[in-house]
Structure formats: structure tokens, C-alpha cells
Design a protein around this ligand. Sequence first.
Ligand SMILES: *[C@@H]1O[C@H](CO)[C@@H](O)[C@H](O)[C@H]1NC(C)=O
Ligand SMILES: *[C@@H]1O[C@H](CO)[C@@H](O)[C@H](O)[C@H]1NC(C)=O
Ligand SMILES: *[C@@H]1O[C@H](CO)[C@@H](O)[C@H](O)[C@H]1NC(C)=O
Ligand SMILES: *[C@@H]1O[C@H](CO)[C@@H](O)[C@H](O)[C@H]1NC(C)=O
Ligand SMILES: *[C@@H]1O[C@H](CO)[C@@H](O)[C@H](O)[C@H]1NC(C)=O
Ligand SMILES: *[C@@H]1O[C@H](CO)[C@@H](O)[C@H](O)[C@H]1NC(C)=O
Ligand SMILES: *[C@@H]1O[C@H](CO)[C@@H](O)[C@H](O)[C@H]1NC(C)=O
Ligand SMILES: *[C@@H]1O[C@H](CO)[C@@H](O)[C@H](O)[C@H]1NC(C)=O
Ligand SMILES: *[C@@H]1O[C@H](CO)[C@@H](O)[C@H](O)[C@H]1NC(C)=O
Ligand SMILES: *[C@@H]1O[C@H](CO)[C@@H](O)[C@H](O)[C@H]1NC(C)=O
Length: 815
Amino acid sequence: MPTVAQFFLCGLLAVSARGQDYDGSPRDEDAFSYVQPENTTILGPYGHSPPVFPSPHATGSGGWEEAFAQAQDFVAQLTPEEKADMVTGQFGPCVGNIVAIPRLNFGGLCLQDGPLAIRVADYASVFPAGVAAASTWDRKILYERGFAMGEEFKAKGAHVALAPVAGPLGRSAYSGRNWEGFAADPYLTGVAMEETIRGFQDAGVQATAKHFVGNEQETQRNPTYDPDGTVTDVLQEAVSSNIDDRTMHELYLWPFANAARARVASVMCSYQRLNGSYACENSKILNGLLKQELGFQGYVMSDWGGTHSGVASIEGGLDMNMPGGIGAYGQDPKAGSFFGGNVTRAVSNGTLPESRLDDMILRIMTPYFWLGQDRDYPTIDPSSADLNTFSPRSEWLREFNLTGPRSRDVRGDHASLIRRHGAEATVLLKNKNNALPLRAPKTIAVFGNDAAENTNGPVNQDTFEFGTLAAGGGSGTGRFTYLVSPLAALNARARRDGTSLVQYWLNNKQVATSSVSDLLGVPTQPEACLVFLKTWAAEGEDRAHLDSDYSGNEVVASVAKTCNNTIVVTHSSGINTLPFANHPNVTAILAAHYPGQESGNSIVDVLYGDVNPSGRLPYTIARNGSDYNAPPTTEVTTNGKYDWQSWFDEKLEIDYRYFDAHNIPVLYEFGFGLSYTKFNISNVRAERVVQAIPSTPERLPVQPGGNPALWETLYNVSVSVTNTGPVHGATVPQLYVTFPDSTPSGTPPKQLRGFEKVALEPGESRVVSFALARRDLSYWDVVSQEWVVPEGEFTLRVGFSSRDLREVVRVTLVE
Ligand SMILES: *[C@@H]1O[C@H](CO)[C@@H](O)[C@H](O)[C@H]1NC(C)=O
Ligand SMILES: *[C@@H]1O[C@H](CO)[C@@H](O)[C@H](O)[C@H]1NC(C)=O
Ligand SMILES: *[C@@H]1O[C@H](CO)[C@@H](O)[C@H](O)[C@H]1NC(C)=O
Ligand SMILES: *[C@@H]1O[C@H](CO)[C@@H](O)[C@H](O)[C@H]1NC(C)=O
Ligand SMILES: *[C@@H]1O[C@H](CO)[C@@H](O)[C@H](O)[C@H]1NC(C)=O
Ligand SMILES: *[C@@H]1O[C@H](CO)[C@@H](O)[C@H](O)[C@H]1NC(C)=O
Ligand SMILES: *[C@@H]1O[C@H](CO)[C@@H](O)[C@H](O)[C@H]1NC(C)=O
Ligand SMILES: *[C@@H]1O[C@H](CO)[C@@H](O)[C@H](O)[C@H]1NC(C)=O
Ligand SMILES: *[C@@H]1O[C@H](CO)[C@@H](O)[C@H](O)[C@H]1NC(C)=O
Ligand SMILES: *[C@@H]1O[C@H](CO)[C@@H](O)[C@H](O)[C@H]1NC(C)=O
């Protein structure tokens, strides 16, 4: 196994032996000079992605050996044209399609969105969004959700789910797609990736870890094409995420290591450029980081239209071009493909080694055989083809055999699971004088345009004024078969409890500008005033602000003027500033994010205490929106081709790492969340579980997930957790590591490295343990290109949030 450094060397030699790319696109190693031939200072210290060639061939190691051998047999029987078909998407019934090869009994591949539902489908469930699932901090729920979604994808005949999401990670509070992913922390996101991927794949469906990597904003994520030119004429290139090596390893790459370790079938490369070179042709990230360093054995597929070259991309590590056509979003199949016939030609004339093309197909077919997708896999539901607006039948160039029952109901009993997950995901941020849970209140009033039914047609394809939000927009949304609104669920509960649900005011403008006491028009005020706020976000656009939409803050202010028990619920893509948080009449605040189809039932279960809230924030809520750093790059007003540069100069300081490093007070910190009961923590212990700890890992053969030595447990930390309150409930003890002073500068003051959800009866105690792996206790050393355990004393703190750390233990690993 060559070391990374050796690999770079042979990579460079290999490059100089190769020819120019035939389609005229820049080679990866040329990107720097291509991008800025005369003036390198514009790109500063970044803007260069080192060449890493050749693309490492898969071996099937790490558990896929048998499937790899099946894939080898398969590849050996393919004609050159069939080989090109295997790596090139075609417009067809699914969002992405690889055509069938009937003579080999291969039925093709159906790729479907997305991370919270099979989107292009009828009679399918809409699950809580990634940000909600992450708010559970519950490994079991994350797995269950992945498994249940996998069951639905499979029953609809989808082989590949375009989920889950670890990019965006959440560098910026404003990024439009943060809700599709999990948490603004690599550790929590890494665990969520692993559990979700295992869930999907245990259900028999290939998972796709996306978007690789540095996809932290929507603005200018794709090039600006010349509307008067041909489909490839670019006026301005996509934004370049310029990320230093240490930050890449410790933040953005980290959760993808978990994904590789979980044997994820596929990784989707992202739209934007990385250090000046498009992610889908960036040999450093695809060949170097993903396939070499992380030992990824599956295939890299492009984001839709994210391919910008043929052989250059293939040599850079791209294995599958989706959806196959050229241009923005690959939307013009008739314009040809960078792959397809170009691949056949490039092999036949010696530009592209056939062994690399074979490697691409081996990578694609190994997970297919590993998951048994060659045996009795359900057919594609023909109804998906009708719902697929992305590639309507009129645009199909190839034949698809759509047999099997139409409009299959694949929802099973997932509704109850979604209801429970939605409730478990709800984060209770404030609960003054135990305003919650509600105890059969006599009267309730409801306010806000998020409370009730949508009045504007299809839900969640766009934002709309009236109606509750339970998912965001874009390819990551879902197609609801029903949606329980908060008001519908409250009505049902009121009937049961004999509550008078006084009235409801759903017009935000009216509530914000009226006297609520006039609106109420009754002598006694309601026992509780519930305010439902919403915040929309969608793929393709970053958020313009962090407030709730439709003057949500003014709605709360107006209600709280009159009602001394104002309870606010937010249905939101993520971070909201909450200027009303300390208002004396705002007694409770719940962040419910996007909970999926059972939204109303989930929140009512929490409001009434049928479910004791145990969600925790997967990000920080600042006191003021202007406190957040690292905004998306948006204000580029010049029109130079390469002017969109996003400098990740904050390095490791995103979210709580930033607030902690600068001692900035926050409103609600990362990891925070309340319960209807109380917990205590005691008896922290740290036990070394290996004898000697050298500062660098033993160089073991790379396995999926990287050097297995990085995953070896070095320390076992345990604490005793007690429910000291009156009712059953769950809490999330969290472990944060402070690295020794010898660690290079820029190391965040503390970093999450362990958590566990634990449910306890009143008075019950349980010992919870956290296994600290070598990676958890190392920093990425850019000089040696290795994870290094620093010398000196580590401080390990355990508590109930990133700023409520109660138990401390200090350990020295390396003298
Ligand atoms: C190989 O074929 C491609 C596409 O036809 C062409 O652009 C390229 O120049 C050819 N290379 C050689 C070495 O003939
Ligand atoms: C290169 O770019 C920098 C930054 O924009 C500018 O200050 C400098 O004058 C440029 N140098 C040349 C030779 O154009
Ligand atoms: C990007 O550039 C920085 C600065 O030179 C370097 O540390 C990092 O390794 C590069 N990353 C990639 C993926 O090219
Ligand atoms: C090959 O790629 C070029 C773009 O470089 C494209 O114009 C052409 O249509 C492609 N050929 C095929 C057969 O798809
Ligand atoms: C179409 O699919 C059905 C059911 O899977 C199969 O029996 C039939 O042979 C297929 N026809 C073609 C032309 O592939
Ligand atoms: C809180 O509500 C009461 C009515 O119960 C009202 O009199 C008071 O002014 C409100 N407080 C604020 C700060 O608006
Ligand atoms: C809230 O208002 C109600 C009705 O006016 C009153 O009975 C109650 O004492 C008030 N609660 C607080 C905490 O001020
Ligand atoms: C938030 O920050 C802005 C800009 O620094 C400032 O103008 C504003 O007053 C702050 N708002 C609050 C509520 O502190
Ligand atoms: C909570 O734990 C601490 C030790 O961390 C202990 O001193 C304290 O007495 C405990 N409190 C309760 C209520 O159990
Ligand atoms: C870690 O410690 C806990 C509590 O002492 C124990 O139950 C568990 O088995 C230990 N795990 C390892 C890997 O040593």
C-alpha cells in the first residue's frame, strides 16, 4: 500500500505520461494555470488542487470481495457500447437511469431523490428532514428512518437513493440546503451518515453520500451559461470553495469518512469548484481523498449536470455521469454527453485506458451484487415515470420496460414511526414556569400562518403564505399523500380534552398589526396562546435572512403583548434568530424544524407531554443574526469568468467552534434542549483501553473509511446519568474534547466527540460510555499528511450541551 506521499509522486509521473483531454476541457492539474494563467495572486494561497493520478482501482476489499468477483464476471461480458451505457445516465422513468442489458439479465439502475422521501412517487411517506433527524441525537432513530425510507425506495423499484447529505455541513447559517443535511458539526453528522446509510442499505437500497465536497452555499453553485451560446458556453464559472487541507480533513471530509466506513455504495460529487477545479473532475478530492485515503470502493456519480469534461473527469475519479446530458443540470440529452459515445471512442483510440472504464463499472456493479439487487428486485413503479417532470417521456431517447403494478402503496406502517420521530426531533428551548406540558387547558388560541392547511395547491414545491411547512423545497422535498397540520391535531386533542379552542388567526399581517386583545374579544384571556411560525428554504437559493418568514417576530410580539402564556413553535429549515426569546410572556419555544407528514401529531404529542421532549440543537442560535460568521459568497458584482471565490478563511471555526473561540455569548448553544424532567451527571471516568499510544497510527492497509487504526478505540469515558425529576424522559449526555496546548493553533476550544441518547424512569441511573477512537483524539497534520495525537493533557468534558459541561477528566495520551 503506498503512503499518501508516495502516491502523489507516482501520480505526478503518471500524469506526464498521459495525453491531452480530447474534449478540450481543462485537465485537473492544469486547472490552476487554466484558471488564472497570468495572475496567480488573485487566487491567494488556495486556488490550486494538486494532481492525483491515476485513479485508484477498486479491489472490493473490506467485505465486498464476493460481489466484486461477480462484478468482474459481469464486466467481462460487456461490449464497448454496453460499457459506455453503464457509466452514462439516460433520460427515463427515474430521476437518474442506467439502461438495462437484458441479454445479461441486468435490469438497469433506477436512481431517485432524495434525503427525506422518495420524491418522484405516489403513495410514499414524507419523513422528517435531515436537520430534524439530527436533532434527535438518537442513533436508533437515525437508523430506523434510513431503513424505513429504504423500504419505500425498494418497493418502488429504485435501486439507488440520492441520500443522505453531509454537504452542506452547515458552514453558514444561511445556506439554503442545510436542512437536507444533519448538523453543523462533523462528528454528529458523521454518526448520522453512518446510521442512515446502514439503514438504507440493510433495506437493500444503495445509499449515496452527497454532495462531495465543500458544497456550502447555493449561490452560483453552477456556472452561468451564455443564453445565446451553445450548451457549454460559460460566462462565469461556479463558485470555488477554497479550503485548506486541515479544515478539509477535520470538518468537511470527516463525515464522508464515516460514510465510506459504512460501505456507502455511491458518493455524489458536488456542483461547485474546489480550489479552482470542479468537484466532479477534481483528482485530489476524488482520487486522492476519497478513493485513496478513505479507501472508498463504490462509485462517484456526478450531481445533475455537474460534469464538465469527459476523460478529464474520468481520470479525475468520476465513475458515472448523471443525468447524462450536457449543459446546465444535464438537461439537454440531445446535445450529447461528455460520456456515452465519447467514452467508447476515447477507449478505442487509446486516450482512455480500458482498465479505468472497467474500474468504473466494477465500482458501480459491486454494491449492486453485494445488496442482492440482481435477485428479484421490484420493478420500477410506472407511476414514477408519469410524475417525473425532470425527464418527461417525450425526451426519452432509449426504451424502458415499465411493467409491474402501478401506484403501489409503499407506506406500510411508517406513519406511526414518522409521528414518533417528529416528536423526538422537537427541541424545547424555553419552558418558563413549566408552561408545558399543557394540562387539559380550558381555552387555547392559535396564531400564525404555519398552523393550518396549505391553501395554494401542491405542498412544498414552493413557498406560500398560508399553510404549515413540513419539508423544504427542491430535489430534497417529498410529495405528501397527506399532511397533519398543527391546527387539525390541536382540534382533535381539544375535542378529547373538552378544551375550548377559542379561535384561530392565521393571517400574520392581521395578527402583527392588530391588538390581539381586540381580536380575542373575550373577557378572560386564553390559558395558552400558541403561535406557529415557519421558515422556508429550498435548493438553489441561500436564505436571505434568519428570521421567521411573514413577519413572524411581529406576530409573536403582538400576541405576547396580550397573552402572558405565549408558546411559540417554529417549523423551519434551521437557524432562526429569536428576538422574542426573553420576552416575559413568551413562556415556551419549540424548534420543530421540518417534521414530515405527521407534523401536527408530532407537535401535539410534545405540547401535551405524551412525548417528553429530548431533542437537542444541531447548531447554535446566536443572540443576533449578525453574530454569525462565514456568510455565503453572494455579492460578486464583477463579471470575470473566475470571480466567484469563496474563501473558507474561518477554517475550523464554524458554528459553536467559532462562538467558543471568540467567547461570544449565544442565545441557545449547540447541543441545548430542555425536558419535562431533570437529569444529573456524575462519576466521570476515563479508561485507557490500549497499552501504548504512539502519536501516529500504525499504517495498516486502507479499508473503507481509511486507515483502520484511526477507528481503534483508545479511551473509554463513562458517566453516570440520573433522572432526578418527576417523569420518564430521555437526555443526551455529550462529550467534548479540548486538545492539549501542543496542538497547532486554530484548534477549536472544544469539539464534540461523543453522545448517547439515554431514556430513564424517575430516579433511575444508568452508566453511559463513549468510545473515543484515535481519529477523535487527533488533529490532521498537514506536513506529515497524517492524523496525529498531540503530546500533553487532553481535557474531556461531559454535560448536557456544549455550554453546560459538568464533569471533567484530564488524560495524557502521548508524553
Ligand atoms: C481519440 O478520440 C477523440 C474523440 O474522437 C479525439 O478527440 C482524440 O483526439 C483521439 N485521440 C487520439 C490519440 O487519436
Ligand atoms: C493580480 O491580481 C491582484 C489582485 O487582484 C492585483 O492586485 C495585481 O495587480 C494583479 N497583477 C497583475 C500582474 O495583473
Ligand atoms: C486547497 O488548497 C489548500 C491551500 O493550498 C491546500 O491546503 C489544500 O490541500 C487544497 N485542497 C484541495 C482539495 O486541493
Ligand atoms: C462528446 O462530447 C462533446 C463535448 O465535448 C459533445 O459535444 C458531443 O456531443 C459528445 N458526443 C456524444 C456522442 O455524446
Ligand atoms: C420486461 O419486463 C418483464 C418483467 O420484468 C419481462 O418479463 C420482460 O421480458 C421484459 N421485456 C423486455 C423487452 O425486456
Ligand atoms: C404580558 O401580558 C400581560 C397580560 O397578561 C400584559 O398586561 C403585559 O403587559 C404583558 N407584558 C409585556 C411585556 O408585554
Ligand atoms: C396570566 O394572566 C392570567 C389571566 O389574566 C392571570 O390569571 C395569571 O395570573 C397571569 N399569569 C402570570 C404568570 O402573570
Ligand atoms: C444586531 O446587530 C446589529 C448589527 O451589529 C445591530 O444593529 C442590532 O442592534 C443588533 N440587534 C440586537 C437585538 O442586538
Ligand atoms: C448531581 O451530581 C453531582 C456530581 O456531579 C452531585 O454533586 C450532586 O449532588 C448531584 N445532584 C443530584 C440532585 O443528584
Ligand atoms: C466502557 O466502560 C463501560 C462502563 O465502565 C463498560 O460498560 C464498557 O464495556 C466499556 N467499553 C469498552 C470498549 O471498554
